[in-house]
Design a protein around this ligand. Structure first.
Ligand SMILES: [Zn+2]
Length: 213
């Protein structure tokens, strides 16, 4: 079932190691099928280069396995919590990308030091409280800190991004890491000037509403 979406998920999963956003089997991506409401998610602990459509797990919004012989990602309960609370989110990505994880390790938001962060995120990328991996604890943090944003740092852990499509959520995961990389380096060289709230809003509005074809 949902073969095309499975293919899309397999392709998007490959983009995490390709963009150096994950080590070994860490990280995950899920997609919600907007028609059936079913969710496709990465199998737990399978190396990225061994994931094909036969290993993708299909679950319903309550976490029941609808199709698949593999165990779903260990973050499944948190993905479900996010889908349950954001009806317009159809794609979720989790990574331990390096520079973002540095900010997360310190419990610090990623500041807006250059235009791209303002354009893509409309403000600092917020950092949550620390929670142990468990049921939906991480998902609760993402929903708590993610209001009005599309990315959250998990304190001492990593990154969650979420969007109307899984394609966009993967792009956001790449952009979070780029913002963290630039901010970290800027902070090593001096005190970045940043932007006032009006400039940030202008940059964000322009990128979200005017930029592109
Ligand atoms: Zn993780």
């Amino acid at each position: 079932m949902l073969e095309e979406l499975k293919e899309e998920l397999v392709d998007l999963l490959q983009e995490l190691p390709e963009n150096d956003l994950v080590c070994l089997t860490s990280g995950n991506v899920s997609i919600r099928d907007t028609r059936s409401g079913l969710i496709l998610i990465k199998p737990s602990g399978v190396p990225y280069d061994q994931i094909d459509i036969s290993k993708i797990v299909v679950i319903d919004i309550d976490g029941n396995i609808v199709e698949g012989t593999y165990k779903p990602s260990s973050d499944t309960a948190s993905h479900l919590y996010i889908y349950q609370h954001y009806s317009d989110v159809n794609g979720i990505v989790h990574t331990h990308s390096r520079y973002a994880a540095v900010f997360a390790s310190l419990g610090k938001n990623i500041p807006v030091v250059f235009t791209e962060t303002a354009e893509e995120f409309g403000g600092e990328i917020p950092c949550s409280d620390f929670v142990l991996i468990g049921d939906s604890e991480i998902g609760k943090q993402v929903v708590k800190y993610g209001k009005g944003y599309n990315a959250v740092l998990l304190k001492k852990h990593g990154v969650f991004t979420f969007a109307a499509s899984a394609r966009r959520a993967v792009d956001l995961a790449i952009l979070v890491e780029n913002s963290a990389f630039i901010a970290w380096h800027a902070l090593q060289m001096g005190n970045p000037e940043g932007f006032n709230p009006e400039e940030i809003q202008t940059l964000y509005y322009r990128q979200q509403n005017i930029y592109g074809q």
